[in-house]
Design a protein. Structure first.
Length: 88
């Protein structure tokens, strides 16, 4: 029988080995979160200077914020009635 788990472990080990080999040869750098282009390691936020990428990051951050707000709204909307009904 084929042991899928051990094969998976071997493969992931090989991948991580290959990754560490590659990264050890390259000077410290980062990739743009949006387009993947190589950028300065000190770049903050982690994107290139492309206007499209800056706009995308802003959009994503807005979406993240919206998701967080929605989460809190839902937590309050569902959490409070549950807590109240438990206390009754
Ligand atoms: Zn970019």
């Amino acid at each position: 029988m084929v042991d899928a788990k051990s094969i998976k472990e071997k493969v992931s080990k090989k991948i991580s080995n290959a990754k560490s080999k590659i990264s050890s040869h390259l000077p410290s750098h980062k990739h743009c979160r949006m387009c993947g282009v190589t950028i300065d390691s000190k770049a903050d936020p982690r994107i290139c200077k492309d206007e499209e990428c800056i706009a995308k990051l802003e959009k994503r951050e807005r979406n993240d914020k919206m998701m967080r707000i929605m989460f809190y709204v839902f937590a309050v909307a569902f959490g409070i009635p549950i807590i109240l009904s438990l206390r009754m």
